[in-house]
Design a binder for this molecule. Sequence first.
Ligand SMILES: C[S@@+](CC[C@H](N)C(=O)[O-])C[C@H]1O[C@@H](n2cnc3c(N)ncnc32)[C@H](O)[C@@H]1O
Length: 207
Amino acid sequence: MSEPTDKWSAPGSGEHYAGPRFATARAAGRDPRTIARLLERHGVRGPILDAPCGTGRLSSTLARFGQRVVSLDLSASMLASARERLPGAALQASVSALPFRERSFDVVVSCRFLHHLQEREARRVALRELLRASDRLVVASFWDSASWPALRVRLGLRRSEGPRGRTACSRAELEELVADGGARVLEYATGLRFLSQQTFFVAERVR
Ligand SMILES: C[S@@+](CC[C@H](N)C(=O)[O-])C[C@H]1O[C@@H](n2cnc3c(N)ncnc32)[C@H](O)[C@@H]1O
């Protein structure tokens, strides 16, 4: 099973992500705002895991909920850029084998990770781990295949990113994988349904 590690572990990748990748305030604020809205709606009752945390883009938003925040990423370069921003503990580890006991966190957040996993099996393993570490909620994003950009790729109007590129998946597949991990999808949140492929979902553990 391949993991999207190379492009994040190169020297300087952390600095690039912390700087030019989300250069405008509007672009930088979009994900934190969506996540804050979802967490306000569902509440935060205990510790939060941010996995992967990247350069700590979400850390101040998550810290506002007044609970312990643990951050994790596989890339030393991303963690090095994140350190001063991170409110609590930061670990270098993989989402596919989280170093936590079952139900260690009330909420597990995973932003802009699942669409980097090309294979369904890799998405299944990651979701199973994120759900296992959570006692209640997983708030994560994925690329929805029922979106205009994904449709353009299927119609050949837009170039696919290739076998190592970012990948969309269907809501049906996502719901199957979430059910496989003992949870159900409570809601989806997107900027503009069908126009933006980056979509958030909230999953709640049922067993
Ligand atoms: C697009 S960034 C998203 C970071 C952060 N969640 C955000 O929204 O800014 C993807 C991150 O996934 C991390 N990553 C890639 N494979 C990983 C894995 N198997 N386990 C943990 N982190 C991983 C990369 O190092 C990178 O920081």
